[in-house]
Ligand binder design. Sequence first.
Ligand code: SF4
Ligand code: SF4
Length: 99
Amino acid sequence: MAKKKVDAVLAWRDLELGMAITDPGSSAQLKTGDWRSQHPVVDHEKCIKCGLCWIYCPDMAYSPGKEGYYDWNGDYCKGCGICASECPKGVITMVMEEE
Ligand code: SF4
Ligand code: SF4
């Protein structure tokens, strides 16, 4: 990989287009799930409330909900399918987004 020498650390205003810099702790305000192509659907009849979907989701799109289930928040889900792969009961199905 070619290395690029820089003379100074750039201020955020001088960075090239395509880079995103935000303030610390801003991820809750940045809704990053609007470009996914599919989303998970949980069969709550078969869910054992183990919480592994919540633990494995890299985007914190699940959170503890009522009666031990985990609520899904589409504002942050990117549709990676990790939760469906890791669910020990196989009760999460990835469904294509409607156009
Ligand atoms: S599909 Fe990926 S981002 Fe969405 S809830 Fe599952 S693990 Fe999280
Ligand atoms: S990983 Fe599967 S079984 Fe466990 S809480 Fe999530 S949906 Fe339910």
